[in-house]
Design a protein around this ligand. Structure first.
Ligand code: NAI
Length: 278
């Protein structure tokens, strides 16, 4: 019961990583206030998640919605101790020589400004509590090309720097700020990014589930609870000396090329130099 007596605000908790984190934090004794654009699912969760769960509709691209979520959480539960700025989606997929300015702005609003405003409007409440912990969801896309769209990846890299600078500014108030960089986690984000309907989403998720065990050294799909556990650590007192950094939770995806960990894939030299010269 790491979070007994604590209030955690979690965004994007109607699905995937956020949903897994809601489940874990409730099991660990937290009162959870969840904000999500998916009103139907959030409202449905109100009737199944118990008295320690509260939902408020929140579109994280809207500054006023984020402020309202933080204020509601503090008013409803007496204060805020933990914030998980997690809501997101793949956003526009156009390459840099095609993307429109409006699409770029939308991606930044959804994935970067949302986190900045989450910190902005949580901070006064955390200060009132004498401190707290903020965890932001970034991505492996923050480090390398090829894992997500350019606008998404750029925004996630921004989340990492935002995390560092905010941690420096807020340390004086005993507020820690950290980020998590998930690898390939089996959630609905891929089907949603492709604009799939329900039926297509089931098919896409099943295909991704089968492939997910073979795309990184740890030979199983990444699941929401893997990220929830990382969020719980960073939000807990066990991480009291950890701030301004990120935790990579990717099953080793970024350790190196597939040839570095998969015996079936020839190394670079083996692939280039003909067999008889080995
Ligand atoms: P998901 O699609 O399962 O869940 C995303 C949640 O965010 C949904 O509940 C959705 O309704 C909500 N949401 C979307 N737009 C919103 C908005 N404007 N306002 C409020 N809520 C909104 O996806 P997943 O995978 O759980 O994504 C969570 C976070 O993890 C995102 O920030 C994503 O970029 C990040 N991430 C996911 C990875 C993966 O492999 N699944 C990898 C790296 C990062």
């Amino acid at each position: 019961m790491r979070f007994e007596g604590k209030t955690a605000v979690i965004t994007g908790g109607s699905s995937g990583i956020g949903r897994g984190t809601v489940d874990l934090f409730l099991r660990e004794g937290a009162t959870v206030v969840m904000g999500d654009i998916d009103d139907a699912e959030g409202t449905a969760m109100m009737s199944t998640m118990g008295d320690d769960f509260h939902f408020q509709k929140c579109d994280v691209t809207q500054e006023a919605d984020i402020k309202a979520l933080m204020d509601y959480a503090a008013e409803k539960t007496g204060g805020i101790d933990i914030v998980f700025n997690n809501a997101g989606a793949g956003g526009p997929r156009d390459p840099i020589d095609e993307i429109s300015g409006d699409d770029w702005d939308f991606a930044m609003a959804l994935l970067l400004k949302s986190v900045a405003m989450g910190i902005r409007y949580a901070a006064p409440h955390l200060k009132k509590r004498g401190g707290g912990a903020i965890v932001n969801t970034a991505s492996i896309c923050a480090f390398q090309a090829g894992y997500g769209p350019i606008a998404y990846s750029t925004a996630k890299a921004g989340v990492l720097h935002l995390t560092k600078v905010a941690a420096a500014e807020l340390a004086q108030y005993k507020i820690r700020v950290n980020a998590i960089c998930p690898g390939f986690i089996q959630t609905n984000i891929f089907a949603a990014t492709l604009g799939a309907n329900k039926e297509e989403a089931l098919e896409i998720n099943s295909i991704l589930g089968q492939a997910a065990a073979s795309v990184q050294p740890v030979a199983r799909p990444g699941v929401a609870n893997d990220i929830a556990e990382a969020a719980a650590y960073l939000a807990s007192d066990a991480a009291g000396f950890v701030t301004g950094t990120h935790l990579l939770v990717d099953g080793g995806m970024l350790v190196g090329t597939q040839a570095s960990w998969d015996p079936e894939i020839p190394g670079m030299l083996d692939a280039i130099v003909p067999e008889h010269l080995h």
